[in-house]
Design a protein around this ligand. Structure first.
Ligand code: MET
Length: 402
């Protein structure tokens, strides 16, 4: 299928022809570790890259390949690699792009385990990094050193929802011949395509919106150029070995089919959360890309189609108030992860970003009262009623104590 379709169609059809698989409508699950060669010479040709076909599932698997092709189309790249987790995708691309002595410019906020990986790279391999705001070209320029080789960003950032101006990032990267890597997990390929803005690599924790059902840990890395992806496939991915299992790919193919309708509902619910939270006395600040009072709303509207399913907010009273509030919720689940059918809430200071030292965490904009809500697919009225009763109960407790 070479035609270009809308994303809603590509999530369902791209990369698969049922006529080549006994007419099976669903993509078959090739749950096999290895592939039998017809002759010794055929095995030799496949290892030599002279003949297409299966060798061993760490090197490639037909079920995984369908998912990779679908993602390539959705992110408008030329190739995709599937990994066993989002962090395996992050570590693969950073390993590919850097060597000892190099420097990485990063967005001011990044996921806690990505921060952990950067710390390891610095301590073990002297690959250093600078965290900076990605709001203007001047800010990005100021962080670049002669050793800088790439710009690594999240947009929106986990969990502050701050945005990188992808046009500004691209302009600076061009001037200095730097590669751009964008973690697009929060937006999903349905809402934002960083390659359109000049990114060289786009990665996802596929655990989140790509899957959408909270039952898989997986990662995906899409490349603007096929040559880059082929090179990583044949080296870092093959030899480090952090691949995705065929069954997980099969579940992701199934989940991806509903990405378009899920993203619309997630976004509608998050918009309703934003409006509701802004009316609450106990809430200090609300962070949502498409909120009209967000100073970055024009950047958001330039690079995303809608605001997405995540909203963060700061509750008055710091960690204690945040934890009390979470404990009062009944329908909304306390869990790290996002993009699931269930609405989830988590406290970055003590959970996703607990590994980040306090001073770095505060510089990222994560204070002790910050909570991250991942809007699920439930009815918004039920979710807001749950938030409402939790705010009321926390207010009652305060009254009793004072
Ligand atoms: C192990 S904690 C984090 C899981 C996930 N990356 C999140 O941001 O929720």
């Amino acid at each position: 299928m070479n035609n270009k379709f809308h994303k809603d169609t590509e999530t369902i059809h791209t990369g698969y022809e049922s006529s080549s698989h006994h007419g099976s409508l669903a993509v078959p699950l090739y749950q096999t570790s290895t592939f039998a060669f017809e002759t010794a010479e055929q095995g030799e040709r496949r290892f030599a890259g002279e003949e297409e076909g299966g060798i061993y599932s760490r090197l490639g698997n037909p079920t995984v390949r369908v998912l990779e092709e679908r993602m390539t189309a959705l992110e408008k790249g030329e190739g995709t690699l599937a990994f066993g987790s989002g962090m395996a995708a992050v570590s693969a691309i950073l390993t590919h792009l850097t060597k000892t002595g190099d420097h990485i410019v990063c967005s001011r906020g990044i996921y806690g385990c990505t921060f952990g990986l950067l710390t390891v790279m610095e301590q073990k391999y002297n690959i250093t990094h600078t965290l900076t705001s990605m709001g203007t070209e001047e800010e990005i320029e100021a962080a670049i050193t002669p050793e800088t080789v790439c710009i690594y960003i999240e947009s929106p950032i986990n969990p502050t929802m701050e945005l990188a101006d992808l046009k500004a990032v691209s302009a600076v990267a061009k001037r200095h011949s730097l590669k751009i890597v964008v973690d697009n997990t929060f937006a999903s390929p349905y809402l934002q395509n960083p390659i359109d803005f000049g990114a060289d690599f786009v990665l996802h924790s596929a655990t989140k919106y790509i899957n959408g059902h909270g039952d898989v840990i997986a990662g995906l890395l899409v490349g603007r150029n096929k040559e880059d992806i082929d090179q990583i496939r044949g080296s870092v991915q093959k030899d480090y070995g952090g691949i995705m299992s065929p069954f997980d790919a099969w579940l992701l193919i199934r989940g991806l089919k509903t990405l378009s309708v899920r993203m619309q509902r997630h976004s509608e619910n998050a918009e309703k959360f934003t409006e509701y939270l802004k009316t609450q006395d106990m809430v200090d600040a609300v962070f949502y890309p498409f909120d009209e009072s967000n100073p970055q709303v024009s950047i958001a509207k330039n690079q995303m189609t809608v605001g997405g399913g995540l909203v963060s907010f700061t509750i008055k009273g710091g960690q204690q108030a945040a934890q009390t509030f979470m404990n009062e919720l009944k329908l909304i689940k306390i869990a790290v992860s996002l993009g699931d059918a269930e609405t989830l809430i988590q406290h970055p200071t003590t959970m996703t970003h607990s590994g980040v030292p306090e001073t770095d965490r505060l510089k990222m904009g994560i204070d002790d009262g910050l909570l991250r809500l991942s809007a699920g697919l439930e009815h918004a009225d039920d979710l807001i009623a749950d938030l409402e009763q939790a705010f009321q109960n926390v207010a009652e407790q305060h009254k009793t104590l004072s």
